[in-house]
Design a protein around this ligand. Structure first.
Ligand code: PHE
Length: 451
């Protein structure tokens, strides 16, 4: 059977699709609640250090592997003639993609519910506690959340089937800039609220006594999750890049955009959290019970709210298509299964996982493992374990096993662009990432005691 390989069309398309994968619910939904649960500014600080010292070098390394080999996340290591052990990076990616799709689609389903609620004007004039009650009722409904999840997954897999060029590129090019403008407007409104000062202090004034092993682990996990690194998504995407793509610039632009959007999300959420008396530690529901309050205070809030949840859903889709692409490309290229067949199977499997995750946060749930329901467990295992582990392996592979002149030639497009920080990059890969990530893991396991 013929192996189909797409490619991204334009320079902007490449950046937009990669940024589309990175910017998503991770920035706007997960970042604020993780920050809220882990002490605010101190978490943000560690998060930024992780983005720069771990996330960006891993991103660039994934680009190297993907573009050099033009293969899926596991097959790439065959093309590089690496020992078959390294294919484990691809397998971590595939398991990670399943787990993330499982809980992420549930949240994307919640955003669709909020589009509906915004159109029907159901959220107007509700207080924070009323909003919490309605939200809890909604997620415990036996049908509605599941319906939205399935609709969302149909969109994701429909786009994946449409192929790389047509679906992904066009949608991200137009819609993501609009989302960005909307976010800025929401920040402006939020900063006029009475709780603005307290919110900003929570986000930007670090209290170092709040740093614990768990804070370190979560900040690192959030950095990997938000950038979409450590699991071969970017290996897969960059396998569709052209040889002219400037990988260094793409890394810088995508990481900056992703971090800026997360911080902006913090800026519009925390002033509102303190104004409306919501607990920053509320968890995964934080954004959903905070934002409607902001819209209720905003001129034209009715329209903003519809628009915002719509664009947030799109941002979620551009991330989930990158996840489904990891799995689809793998089964298509390694086993010769047609993309169509792979996607259909994937749809059923992921729907089952997502339904399980959705039920696990409803009142019907009684099942927990390690004190976590399925939803939290999937989120914890993927972000805090699999992605950093994948990132560590990618760093070791590229840092220690790849010939440095070959690496440099690929990253500089055969010497046509400059890479002044090449030695710093290699140092980060060889020492900082493997040692840093191992220390955080060992600390969390209680085997050493840094914090
Ligand atoms: N980075 C995406 C987000 O922030 C989620 C994601 C993680 C996508 C890992 C792909 C791989 O929403």
């Amino acid at each position: 059977m013929q192996i189909e390989r797409g490619s991204f069309n334009t320079k902007l398309g490449i950046i937009a699709a990669t940024a589309g994968s990175s910017v998503g619910l991770g920035n706007i939904w997960r970042f604020p609640y993780e920050t809220g649960q882990h002490g605010g500014a101190a978490f943000l600080l560690i998060y930024i250090v992780c983005v720069i010292a771990l996330g960006m070098p891993v991103m660039l390394s994934e680009f190297y592997i993907g573009r050099k080999t033009q293969r899926n996340a596991a097959g790439a290591f065959d093309v590089l003639k690496a020992h078959k052990f390294w294919k484990i990076i691809g397998f971590i990616g595939i398991i990670g993609a399943f787990l993330i799709l499982g809980f992420y689609s549930v949240v994307a389903g919640w955003t669709i519910e909020y589009i509906y609620d915004s159109v029907a004007n159901n959220l107007a004039d509700q207080t924070a506690s009323q909003l919490t009650i309605s939200f809890n009722q909604f997620i415990s409904d036996p049908i509605r959340p599941l319906l939205w999840v399935v609709i969302f997954l149909l969109c994701t897999f429909g786009i994946t089937l449409g192929g790389v060029k047509n679906g992904i590129e066009k949608a991200s090019n137009v819609l993501m800039p609009i989302l960005f403008v909307l976010i800025i407007l929401m920040c402006v409104r939020s900063l006029m609220l009475p709780g603005a000062k307290q919110g900003l202090e929570f986000l930007f004034k670090p209290d170092f006594s709040k740093i614990t092993g768990e804070v370190l682990l979560s900040a690192m996990g959030q950095a990997f999750f938000s950038l979409s690194v450590g699991m071969g998504t970017l290996i897969t995407y960059s396998s569709y890049f052209s040889k002219e793509t400037n990988l260094l610039k793409t890394t810088a632009v995508v990481a900056t955009l992703d971090t800026v959007v997360a911080i902006l999300a913090g800026i519009f959420i925390f002033p509102a959290v303190f104004t409306f008396g919501i607990e920053p530690t509320e968890g995964p529901y934080l954004v959903f019970i905070t934002l409607p309050n902001v819209f209720n205070q905003m001129m034209g809030g009715y329209f903003f709210s519809i628009f915002f949840f719509f664009l947030l859903t799109i941002a979620a889709v551009t991330s989930t298509i990158s996840l489904s692409e990891v799995i689809t490309a793998y089964f298509h290229e390694e086993f010769g299964i047609s993309r169509r067949k792979a996607v259909i199977w994937l749809f059923f499997l992921v729907s089952l996982l997502a339904i399980g995750c959705s039920l696990s946060v409803s009142r019907i749930n009684t099942f927990t493992l390690f004190g976590m329901n399925l939803f939290d467990l999937f989120s914890f295992i993927s972000s805090n374990i699999l992605l950093p582990l994948g990132g560590m392996l990618i760093s070791i592979f590229v840092g220690w096993y790849v010939d440095k002149s070959v690496l440099k030639a690929e990253l500089t497009n055969e010497g046509s662009i400059q890479f002044k920080l090449f030695t710093v990059y290699v140092f980060l890969l060889k020492y900082v990432a493997p040692i840093g990530i191992s220390l955080i893991f060992l600390n969390q396991l209680g085997l050493i005691n840094i914090f």
